[in-house]
Ligand binder design. Structure first.
Ligand code: GZL
Length: 311
């Protein structure tokens, strides 16, 4: 498609371009917000978005990418549910000369198989969470339970690494149980129930580290049903900064979250506009910032500011 480009205040316009978006699913509030913002960004830039929801299955993402290639789209956005198994389908897109931009998660494939990746430093997010907890508990013995993200996903791998980096020099902090909650509220609650039962009704648990806020929100429900006070008896630290974690913080039921912007599409579409215009190659990684929020950071105000943003 001949691309007519005019730069507007909100970012480069790309009238008439068609982009295929292989989205993981709608497993969390954060994911829903990313989808909402991607649709808005495409609309504002005159980009025709072909959307595919993979229901968190890699085979559905691979099929969607193949259909985008067959359609001859001008670019593909991919939020890869897991980090491995992408080489052949990315090679097919490359041979069709269709640029692929990764959103919010990484792949193990070589970087010449995608134009760029937009996302946070996932290891750093885990470090920020661990440093907050280490600072919060001081020298007190602290038995930690961990709700991991989707098994094999780059956030689950990297957020675990980062948190362990941060606590390795604090022998009083130990992760005593760690299991996937698949980034969902429901499984986060269910796994937390098993942690509570296994840990003397939760009395032996000092803190929960959840790889995303949705699992933390589910776990908070389980902690309350076990008759304990989340945010006090069991400290709660997680990642994403979705509205409901700020609501929990305002109620004293959660303690800290590390913000992950859901606007990955803005930088992605900017990079594509430059690439479509004159072949400009973006950096292979466009990093979004990670900011710590605690109960001291006006959680009620943050809730009001964020609710309705598509979470
Ligand atoms: C992280 C992103 C994660 C969010 C979760 O970059 O891929 O996926 O933290 C979402 O809420 O499920």
């Amino acid at each position: 498609t001949a691309a007519f480009l005019a730069v507007t205040a909100g970012g480069a316009l790309a009238e008439g371009e068609t982009v295929g978006f292989s989205q993981i699913g709608s497993e969390s509030g954060w994911r829903a917000a990313e989808t909402t913002l991607t649709r808005q960004q495409a609309e504002e830039r005159g980009i025709q978005l072909q959307f595919s929801d993979a229901q968190q299955k890699q085979e559905n993402q691979i099929a969607a990418i193949r259909s985008f290639v067959a359609q001859g789209v001008d670019a593909i956005l991919l939020a890869p549910v897991v980090a491995t198994g992408w080489d052949s389908v990315l090679q097919e897109a490359k041979e069709a000369e269709i640029p692929v931009v990764l959103l919010d998660r990484q792949v193990d494939s070589s970087e010449d198989l995608y134009l760029t990746a937009v996302g946070s430093n996932l290891v750093h997010e885990g470090e920020v969470a661990g440093e907050w907890l280490a600072n919060e508990v001081g020298d007190r013995e602290c038995r930690i339970v961990e709700l991991q993200g989707t098994t094999g996903s780059s956030p689950a791998i990297d957020r675990k690494t980062g948190f362990e980096n941060a606590i390795k020099d604090h022998p009083n902090l130990t992760i005593v149980r760690s299991q996937t909650g698949d980034f969902t509220r429901a499984l986060g609650k269910e796994v937390m129930e098993s942690f509570l039962q296994a840990e003397n009704g939760g009395k032996d648990i000092c803190a929960l580290y959840a790889h995303n806020d949705d699992m933390a929100v589910g776990a908070i429900q389980a902690i309350k049903e076990a008759g304990l006070k989340p945010g006090e008896d069991i400290l709660v630290v997680s990642i994403d900064a979705v509205p409901d974690i700020f609501k929990a913080m305002a109620d004293g039921e959660a303690n800290a979250t590390v913000e992950l912007t859901p606007n990955m599409a803005g930088p992605a579409f900017d990079a594509l506009a430059a690439y479509w215009a004159d072949g400009t190659m973006p950096p292979k990684f466009i990093q979004t910032e990670s900011k710590l929020f605690t109960q001291a950071d006006d959680p009620a105000g943050e809730y009001e500011r964020r609710k309705g943003l598509g979470y």
